[in-house]
Design a protein around this ligand. Structure first.
Ligand code: ZN
Length: 180
């Protein structure tokens, strides 16, 4: 296991469309080790999710914490391989997003608040789920990485793009509370 280096905005891999992983390769040592290293990296950086392009691997692979409970013990790691998402509502929710590839920044992004997800897990098993709320935002953020998109592309009003420190000082509480 190893903590991998995370690349930052400006690195061209973050703007590429990632390749799907052939299903026969999911169980390979190469992919299984990559998943383990990505999980370790996500925890080391305190991220909620990590997409393979962020560690300079242009494959359709995401690891993320699922549940987003106040109690982190209730959150479990999920692996999404070749995910496909589609919105299930026109209703949107706004959250202040951050990204390990855009360190120290936050931006307010509006996204559909209910989605349908189809993907393969780390055993190569297909699954689908309906996801809503903050988890839907995290899944969309991570899947954007697989299509060369960053959350900063989706900030509709650049006045809502801030340094983390000022976000915590001035912006964190009002918009977060509104949504609950
Ligand atoms: Zn990100």
């Amino acid at each position: 296991m190893a903590v991998l280096k995370i690349v930052s905005m400006g690195h061209p891999v973050l703007r590429q469309v990632a390749d799907p992983i052939p299903l026969k390769d999911i169980q390979s040592d190469e992919i299984q080790n990559l998943i383990e290293d990505m999980v370790e990296t996500m925890f080391d950086y305190n991220g909620l999710g990590l997409a393979a392009p962020q560690i300079d691997v242009s494959l359709q692979l995401v690891v993320m914490l699922w549940g987003f409970d106040e109690n982190p013990e209730n959150n479990r790691v999920r692996v999404l391989i070749n995910p496909e998402i589609s919105p299930e509502t026109e209703e949107e929710s706004k959250f202040w997003e951050g990204c390990l590839s855009v360190p120290g920044m936050r931006g307010l992004v509006s996204r559909p608040n209910k989605i349908h997800l189809k993907a393969y897990d780390q055993a190569g098993k297909a699954f689908e789920e309906h996801i809503s709320g903050f988890a839907a935002t995290v899944v969309q953020h991570e899947c954007d990485h697989l299509h060369g998109k960053l959350y900063v592309d989706r900030i509709s009003d650049m006045r809502n793009f801030a340094y983390e420190q000022e976000y915590q000082r001035y912006l964190a509480h009002p918009p977060e509370k509104e949504k609950k």
